[in-house]
Design a protein around this ligand. Structure first.
Ligand code: NAD
Length: 358
């Protein structure tokens, strides 16, 4: 039996409820795969501001560096909205990504067959959609030099500079090609090479590297066209790889076609195998402590942790299949409830998923 150490950061709002549910499911899946877990709970976000005066205490960073994987609920809430910018709860996530060297954000966009009617798109367009968006996370325009608004020759102006280096592009496109090998071997690289120099370099480097992956088919698409294609014909995509800015926008667009933000997981990965796994939604302070939060996004983040940090595909698929089955059996938390379905609490949803693990 192998031993793995997981740091759990519940964070704020519904974080405690959804991470508790996810840990129960992960423990049950690990048992079936002969993995023994140790869990260590740490603080970040508003909870850490209250306890330590900072959103990301050094203790949390050190614990994460020693772990095999980190599971995060969500951070932030109205209580901490008016603190100084450097103390904002959301800083915890940026700080963790930086400290752990996480340069790729993975967002699987999968439509569950039981929930196609929840999508704002027509059912026939979204059934069987299964896209993986890989967003570069630490470079590009968000991190380039900026000049806040100032006056030049009597006119107010501001500047943001997009910089990408060859190593930054190489590592993210290589990750995309490696992930595509375990899927359907197709990668769409999204850029604006018709207008941006960084994008022309990105495209050239992707073309050079794909030669080492003969089984992978690489296509290029402009970001504006990709935004249209995601709603016109989402099924055409498998793996999408793109820059920080385009990935931010396109991954949120793709998320809404699934119909519920409570269901979607994410992973932030680097080279060391360690990753940060969290649902894509926020801390939902409006429903905190009522037992009605949907834990599926966090439970599926746990599945990604098995896949990408523990190299245990069996447990990952087992959890994903159990979630699919429970939804097909009609169990629903309040956010995805519909007539004729069985309404369950956060805890009951986790129990049903555990019962479905096989
Ligand atoms: P939110 O995602 O928390 O909530 C939006 C709506 O979706 C709310 O009505 C909420 O009840 C519902 N919802 C979200 N997750 C749900 C779940 N699992 N089950 C059922 N319903 C769910 O977004 P918001 O209200 O804009 O932000 C609330 C706080 O979360 C803010 O402080 C924001 O800064 C923070 N936030 C954190 C993260 C993160 O930690 N990664 C991401 C986004 C927002």
């Amino acid at each position: 039996m192998s031993e793995k150490h997981i740091v759990v950061i519940p964070g704020d709002g519904i974080g405690e409820e959804i991470t508790t549910a996810a840990i129960e499911v992960m423990k049950a899946a690990a048992e079936k795969c002969n993995i023994k877990f140790t869990f260590e709970k740490m603080y970040a976000g508003g909870a850490a501001i209250d306890k330590y005066g900072v959103p990301l205490p050094d203790e949390t960073v050190e614990a994460c560096k020693k772990a095999n994987g980190v599971l995060l609920g969500a951070v932030g809430g109205p209580k901490w909205d008016n603190v100084k910018p450097e103390l904002r709860a959301e800083r915890a996530i940026l700080g963790l990504r930086k400290a752990l060297g996480l340069y790729a954000n993975l967002r699987p966009i999968k439509i569950f067959s039981a929930l196609t009617s929840k999508s704002p798109l027509k059912e026939e367009l979204v059934s069987d959609v299964d896209i993986l968006i890989l967003r570069e996370l630490t470079g590009g325009i968000y991190f380039g030099p900026k000049q806040e608004a100032h006056i030049v020759d009597g006119v107010e102006q501001a500047t943001d500079l997009e910089i990408y280096t060859r190593p930054e592009i190489e590592r993210i496109v290589k990750m995309a090609f490696n992930i595509a090998k375990g899927r359907s071997n197709k990668v769409t690289s999204v850029d604006k090479s018709n207008v941006l120099a960084t994008a022309r370099m990105w495209r050239r480097i992707a073309d050079e590297i794909v030669v080492d992956y003969p089984e992978v088919t690489l296509e290029h698409m402009y970001a504006d066209n990709c935004a249209m294609q995601l709603v016109l014909q989402p099924k055409q995509f498998d793996v999408i790889v793109t820059s920080n800015l385009f990935g931010d926008i396109l991954s949120d667009e793709a998320a809404v076609i699934t119909g519920s933000i409570g269901l979607l997981p994410s992973a932030s990965l680097g080279d060391g195998g360690i990753g940060l796994y969290e649902p894509i939604h926020g801390s939902a302070p409006d429903i905190k402590g009522r037992g009605i939060a949907n834990p599926i996004g966090t439970i599926l983040s746990g599945a990604l942790l098995f896949r990408h940090s523990l190299d245990c595909e069996m447990a990952a698929s087992m959890i994903e299949e159990a979630v699919e089955d429970v939804l097909l059996d009609g169990y629903r938390t309040r956010d995805i409830y519909g007539q004729g379905m069985t309404r369950v609490s956060t805890e009951e949803m986790a129990s049903r998923i555990i019962d479905g693990l096989r």
